[in-house]
Design a protein around this ligand. Sequence first.
Ligand code: PLP
Length: 376
Amino acid sequence: MRKIEFFHHSIDDKDRERVTSVLKSIFLTTGKEVEEFEQKFSRYIGLRHTVGLTSCTAALHLSLIALGIGQGDEVITTPMSFCATANAVLHAGAKPIFVDVEEETGNVNASLIESAITERTRAIIPVHLYGQMCDMRTIHEIAQRYNLRIIEDAAHAIEASRDAVKVGQLSNSVCFSFYATKNITSGEGGALSANDESFAASIRMLRLHGINRDAADRYTGRYRHWDMSLLGWKYNMDNVQGALLIGQLERIEDLWKRRDMLWKTYEEELQSIKDVKPLKTVAHARHARHLFTILVPHRRRDALLWALQDRGIGVAVNYRPIHLLSYYRETFGYNEGAFPVAEEIGKSTISLPLYPSLEQKDIQYISKVLKEELSK
Ligand SMILES: *Cc1c(COP(=O)(O)O)cnc(C)c1O
């Protein structure tokens, strides 16, 4: 039987060589490769500062901390995301307030944000779902009016822009993930980018216990005593992760072009299947093409997931909405019906394989299987 993995990374021989040379060196933790990655990433994103971290969750968490958001504060976000987005708000001691999403994109519905604002609201965390940016111009305008911070969850959307705005341009901080299935990956890893120098300096301290010098500073030159001036976390990216990411970042546009081409193949192949609805790409936007998701009638969704798997095709569900996960139901008392659009997507969505080494004939096979299974 054919086997089409849900995801395959695009790490090549040069990336492996770069990692090997780190492993042959004495210095494995945060140093030269992390710095090189941070500089190159800043240039790619078009913001002044990037800080390499262990995950996007850490990036979201530290962004909230550095912006002074915690106990007693509310943060508006979307239920249609990975649980990390809302969990980071809880880690900071604040409360996530969900707002329902747009039917056609799954992104937070900007027109519903204002009615969720209270005197406790301090920030908005938009999530650029599947690689497509939220309406940042509108979200930014609301944030200005109510004096709210914006932290973008761009785990899916490094390469994205919309209405001539790139990720990170209209926010205080933009957070990225290099988890195993993301567009560029170091297995685990993350970063945030920002223009504000003192914000970036706080994040550098907070990623390493609140210590005022990193290991590279302590390792080179004559011994100098270090100090800890505030209570931070242990979230620093290491040189093995940095080395893995540098080459992928150099190829990021080529990797995107390949996924963009495959995306169009999917759209062509699937358009004749009446029970399959792809999500919409909005006008004036560059979609990062991270996850190709379809909506199918929800009575058939789970059977279809298993049928695809039985026929060798890897699948995922992005996402069952956060507010209906047991912890959130039990802690905050959410029930079905709270965010109907997100719930509808959660019941009908399937993510199909999408990565540069996927081939057009794989997509033809996946489409054929979908057609056969849905006509049963
Ligand atoms: C993967 C992901 C995260 C978490 O990223 P980690 O690097 O695993 O912490 C957060 N938000 C979204 C939307 C994600 O897909």
